[in-house]
Write a protein that binds this ligand. Structure first.
Ligand code: MG
Length: 251
């Protein structure tokens, strides 16, 4: 593997959820275990697959509202499980709140990482300053990084809730840059959200790598043309392949 550095890049900012920390797997593990604990399948005739599918849909909508400042963190948390139960015909406020409390307590302690995470961090660490730039809640994101054993790789952990801005706001990229004491052209963002990670970083004058670990198609097939330094790592590739991309300076 080549050991050349990407020309000009000194700082690599990683997104956390769905990019390094396997959000899907960790979240599903906790939900499945809670449904068994509270006997939800037998009591309400809801399979864990149906529950998870509905929960994800509701959670995604609520996160969208939260990120556009339409609801608060507390509203998001107090409604996603109760709404899921409601929609599945199992109205039970008490159980919904219980599931939420347990989910918050347990999910950050899950340690599944996306394939190749440790390899890429080990490879990049001696060559670049690595940072985390994540949209999320402080009490949760710090635990995830610590418990999964990857915190040691990062110089700085930037969490939207602590910074007062969220990706894709330009302000969060500018603020991270200021703390890291770097210029925009020295920064690259790697993340799985086209809107938050890629468009946000590009607006701030950074370079970006769109990493999609999930099997989803991107409508825009011309990412190379948007910016010379933007590449798309396909769903058929994993983080190890991304390491090779960077090592070979295909950016
Ligand atoms: Mg993400």
């Amino acid at each position: 593997m080549s050991t050349k550095k990407i020309v000009g890049i000194k700082h690599i900012f990683f997104d956390l959820d769905h990019t390094l920390w396997d959000f899907e797997k960790n979240s599903e593990t906790v939900i499945e275990s809670m449904l068994v604990t509270y006997d939800v399948e037998r009591l309400y005739k809801i399979t864990s697959a149906d529950f998870i599918k509905k929960y994800k849909k509701i959670n995604k909508k609520l996160w969208h509202l939260y990120s556009h400042k339409k609801i608060t963190k507390e509203e998001l948390r107090s409604t996603r499980f109760t709404k899921t139960l409601d929609r599945l015909g199992a109205k039970n406020l008490e159980l919904g709140l219980l599931l939420e409390r347990e989910y918050i307590a347990k999910s950050p302690y899950q340690t599944h990482l996306l394939e190749g995470t440790n390899e890429i961090l080990d490879y990049l660490k001696p060559k670049y300053e690595l940072h985390i730039l994540t949209n999320g809640f402080k009490e949760v994101q710090h635990i995830k990084l610590h418990e999964s054993g990857i915190k040691k790789h990062f110089n700085t952990i930037f969490i939207s809730e602590e910074m007062g801005f969220q990706k894709p706001d330009k302000e969060i990229f500018d603020a991270a840059q200021k703390v890291a004491k770097v210029n925009a052209e020295e920064c690259i963002m790697i993340g799985d959200s086209f809107e938050n990670d890629i468009q946000g970083a590009l607006k701030a004058g950074w370079r970006a790598v769109y990493f999609s670990s999930r099997k989803k198609r991107v409508k825009n097939e011309n990412l190379y043309q948007i910016n010379n330094f933007l590449i798309r790592v396909d769903c058929s590739l994993n983080l190890s392949a991304l390491t090779h991309f960077i090592a070979q300076q295909k950016i």
